[in-house]
Structure formats: C-alpha cells, structure tokens
Ligand binder design. Structure first.
Ligand SMILES: C[S@@+](CC[C@H](N)C(=O)[O-])C[C@H]1O[C@@H](n2cnc3c(N)ncnc32)[C@H](O)[C@@H]1O
Length: 212
C-alpha cells in the first residue's frame, strides 16, 4: 500500500488499479516502462500518447508530473466517465502536488483538445476503444489499461491490437499490466515485439510491446 486511492467496479469484481498501490503500479508500468523508456530511446521533444481507459485520470496526471518534454498530446478513451463525487474522493492530485492540474484534467470538456498547461494537451473521448477510428502512424506511447480479458474480452482481440499497431509510429511502445499467454499471442500476431518485465507488488510480470 502506498496511500493512493483506487475504486472498484462492483459488478465486475475488479478494481481500477492494484490494491497494493495505484500510484506504485502506474509509476512502474506506464511511467517507467512506457513513457520514460520511450523518452530515453528517442530524442524527440514531443510525444503523442494514447490511453485505453481514462478512468480516474491517474495515468494522465502522472504523465504530466513526469514529463519534461516540450509537448505531450494525450488522447484518452473512456466509455464510462466517473462522477464528480467519485473524482473528488481520489487523492492523486494531492499526492503528486498537482491538485489544480488534476481538477483541470477532469473538469475540461470531453471530445475537444484542451490545453491543461503549455506542455500538456488532453483529448478525452467518450467511446469504446473498439469503436474509435485512429490516425495511422501517429502515437509514440500507448497505455493499454482496460479491464481484464476475463471481464472485457472484446477489448483484448487481435483486431483491436492490429488497429492500435497501425496507429503507432515505428519504435512506439505499448505497455499493459496483463501478461496472459493469450494476450502475448495476440500482440505478437498483430506484429509487436514483446518483452516480459517484472511487475509491481502482487503481479509477477507485465508486458511491453514495441512496434519494430
Ligand atoms: C483498469 S481501469 C483503469 C482506468 C485508468 N487508466 C485509471 O488509471 O484509472 C479500466 C478502464 O477502462 C474503461 N473501459 C471499459 N470498457 C472500455 C472500452 N471498451 N474501451 C475503452 N475503455 C474502456 C473502464 O471504464 C475503466 O475506466
């Protein structure tokens, strides 16, 4: 436990993050293994990021916190936006010293590009990942943070991974907390090179996929 909050979808019996620490999980899987990894491999000063499953906005605010790039365009997809009551109970803004930015990320309108700071623009799209049309050859980093394949099998398909693969630039990186054999095979079948990495507490391994 690291003191960061998370929430649970009662109908799916699934939490939005690891119960051993939401912030620890995000920092390792999405910040270290995806965002920072891509930044060290590339000299670019700008990055386009795609997130599948905006949820609490933790990955978005953590990216803003860790970024020293001149600009991040953060496109995030979420079919079920959380209520303001729930968002106000989350402590991520406070823990990261970014309360104002966390509030802005949530209060800004959906379906539009909104500049949260000179270095960070967000577009929140209320849709499902499967029904979204993506630009080809556009994203540098993808956070694949949907609910599990057991609960949402329609998201973990070769057809969606292939669509996302096409939307990524050469050398772009995707990470996900799910390391199931079926997910590895689907990612490989879509063209990715994959590697298993040590997971945060409570999770032995996680996946990083690169578009070669
Ligand atoms: C494991 S939670 C993680 C959310 C988020 N990244 C966070 O840090 O809070 C998964 C999220 O995916 C969303 N989701 C469910 N079905 C989806 C779909 N078909 N396409 C995109 N997102 C979906 C859920 O509503 C939920 O917010």
């Amino acid at each position: 436990m690291d003191g960061s909050s998370t929430i649970r979808r009662k109908d799916l019996f699934e939490t939005y993050h690891s119960v051993f620490g939401a912030l620890t999980e995000t920092n390792l899987i999405y910040m270290d293994y995806a965002f920072k990894h891509w930044c060290t491999q590339n000299n670019s000063i700008k990055a386009n990021i795609l997130e599948i499953g905006f949820g609490t906005g933790l990955n978005a605010i953590a990216t803003m916190k860790h970024s020293s790039l001149s600009h991040v365009l953060y496109h995030t997809i979420e079919p079920f936006p959380l209520s303001t009551d729930i968002i106000h109970k989350l402590n991520y803004g406070k823990l990261l010293g970014m309360e104002k930015e966390f509030e802005s990320i949530h209060s800004c309108p959906w379906e539009k590009e909104e500049r949260i700071s000179p270095h960070f623009t967000i577009r929140k799209q209320q849709s499902t990942a499967q029904n979204t049309d993506y630009h080809d050859d556009f994203y540098d980093i993808v956070y694949f943070d949907a609910f599990s394949p057991d609960n949402e099998p329609e998201l973990w398909t070769e057809s969606l991974f292939s669509k996302i693969y096409t939307s990524m630039r050469t050398g772009a990186v995707l990470t996900t907390y799910c390391c199931k054999g079926t997910v590895k095979r689907l990612l490989k079948g879509s063209g990715f090179e994959i590697e298993k990495l040590n997971g945060p507490k409570g999770k032995r391994e996680v996946l990083r996929a690169i578009k070669p």
